[in-house]
Design a protein around this ligand. Structure first.
Ligand code: NAD
Length: 471
């Protein structure tokens, strides 16, 4: 059966208050009023009655089997794992039944968390770095969340799917193209979803811009800008009182001694791909990439860590330009070492207007023409009416809870809530293995491009043309 047809009877006119929001409806949320005729073109929903070329294989649009609770295993209970566990435990109908970490301190921390909440202890794993395989074999799990260092993500996600579990993996989903293809093949073969848990897609600004983009406020989208610019030198060198490196200092800095490119592409890229409808009528097609010289980590080491003698190869600032099949461009940057305020850029440009973040600001040609001003619409007061009009349905529904409970301004709670909601209601996930692979691909491809002096790299069509059938 063509699983896409599972949605063919979905009523696009359902009021938002009804807690049933399909992936497509979700991705365009507020686009409902008065524009149903253009929904298929706008969202990539395939008209009924057309069988898909890869219908038997694809995981696009495949709904979760309905569950009455979601039983979760967590691999990696470090900083991120702890934080996401805290969010998950505040989502109704969630039970965390297994936790794996090779660091006994993290297991002890987890035990305390469960005791504080008066919850039954999960089963613990972590006797060695392959003990996650035993967690994956545990029968009473529906979904496994992975928050380990990057080099483990794909191995652990593959193991989870092969043991019959849906999986949510931290970013990036994998670090090589063969790994990313293996994730796609395994998700298709096992019929288990592999979601890359890109929390930034669920930020309140990002979801507002998604609603604006889907309602055509920006016109035809031509360009986006995305980045992960976050000074992490302190994090990369963090030590405990005994002088042992802790958390990301045990693995993140090491990547800077091995690879030169964009080592963390997805936080900015994921939301921009949603605005552009990537895999819903367009796809990422190619990229070119260049890195600046390396300086910050070396200078830092010379001053603060004499005798360490690590040799860093990753240029401080990596800049890539991606092109989509339909000709849109995306500027994508990575810099985790320079002293500079945080930004993911979060910028989108269309034929009628633009939005840019950090700080958030909007430009609409219609308004500019009326006011005869070429200034951004910015500041709380000026943006308020737009925020009210375009607030995403999910933020309307659980925004208060998210702000109270959730990490990163609430986006983490919204992400967890939404993933669980999709499983409870038997909906297709908001992002799937194809998004995971395509958004992660700039990791290996930027490295290849930098090696080639900025050479053009093709981004594989992980959907194998299924994206075009949704156009
Ligand atoms: N989405 C976000 O906002 C966000 C934020 C922070 C980190 N992250 C990502 O989350 C992941 C974890 O980052 P972190 O900051 O928590 O790092 P961390 O070092 O604090 O935690 C990683 C944990 O994984 C454990 N681990 C390592 N190998 C293991 C194995 N084979 N089996 C079981 N456990 C193992 C370590 O003992 C450690 O406790 C990374 O991929 C990171 O990029 C995402």
């Amino acid at each position: 059966m063509d699983i896409i047809f599972a949605f063919s009877s979905f009523n696009l006119e359902l009021p938002m208050s009804q807690n049933v929001v399909s992936r497509r409806l979700f991705l365009q949320a507020t686009a409902m009023a008065g524009v149903t005729a253009s929904l298929n073109a706008a969202t990539g929903e395939r008209p009924q009655g057309q069988p898909s070329k890869n219908a038997l294989k694809t995981m696009m649009g495949v709904p979760f089997e309905k569950m009455d609770k979601v039983r979760i295993g967590v691999i990696g209970a470090g900083r991120r794992g702890q934080s996401v566990m805290s969010d998950l435990l505040n989502v109704p109908h969630v039970e965390i039944r297994a936790v794996c970490d090779i660091d006994p301190l993290m297991i002890a921390l987890t035990k305390k968390r469960f005791a504080r909440k008066g919850l039954a202890e999960p089963r613990f794993y972590g006797k060695d770095d392959r003990d996650f395989e035993n967690l994956c074999r545990q029968d009473d799990l529906d979904f496994i969340f992975i928050a380990t260092p990057w080099e483990w993500h794909a191995k652990q996600a593959l193991c989870a799917m092969r043991q019959g579990k849906h999986v949510g993996v931290e970013v990036p989903a994998g670090v090589t193209l063969p790994e990313l293809w293996e994730l796609v093949r395994t998700s298709e073969q096992t019929r288990k979803h592999c979601m890359m848990m890109e929390n930034c897609c669920y930020g309140d600004n990002e979801m507002m811009v998604l609603a604006m983009a889907r309602q055509g406020l920006f016109g035809t989208i031509t360009h986006g800008e995305a980045s992960y610019i976050h000074g992490l030198r302190m994090v990369m060198n963090e030590q405990d009182p005994e002088g042992r490196y802790v958390s990301e200092a045990t693995w993140r800095r090491a990547w800077h001694t091995k690879e030169n490119g964009n080592l963390y592409p997805t936080h900015g890229l994921g939301p921009v791909c949603w605005y552009m409808g990537i895999h819903r009528g367009d796809r990422l097609d190619s990229l070119v990439s260049m890195s600046s010289l390396e300086a910050s980590l070396s200078e830092d080491q010379a001053v603060r860590f004499q005798g360490r003698n690590e040799k860093y190869v990753c240029g401080d600032i990596n800049t890539s330009i991606l092109r989509t099949f339909k000709g849109r461009t995306i500027l994508l940057q990575h810099d985790t070492v320079s002293p500079r305020p945080y930004t993911r850029h979060n910028m989108i440009q269309g034929t009628k207007g633009a939005f840019a973040d950090y700080p958030e600001r909007l430009y609409l040609e219609e308004v500019a023409t009326k006011t005869k001003s070429h200034a951004w619409i910015e500041g709380d007061e000026a943006l308020k009416p737009y925020r009210e009009q375009y607030v995403h349905e999910l933020w309307k529904r659980v925004g208060d809870l998210a702000r109270k409970n959730g990490g990163h301004g609430g986006m983490d709670y919204i992400m967890c809530y939404r993933a669980v909601e999709c499983m409870l209601q038997g909906l297709a996930p908001d992002f799937d293995v194809y998004d995971a692979a395509a958004w992660s691909a700039p990791f290996p491809l930027s490295i290849a491009s930098v090696k080639g002096g900025g050479s053009l790299q093709k981004i594989p069509d992980f959907t194998r043309d299924h994206w075009s059938q949704l156009a």
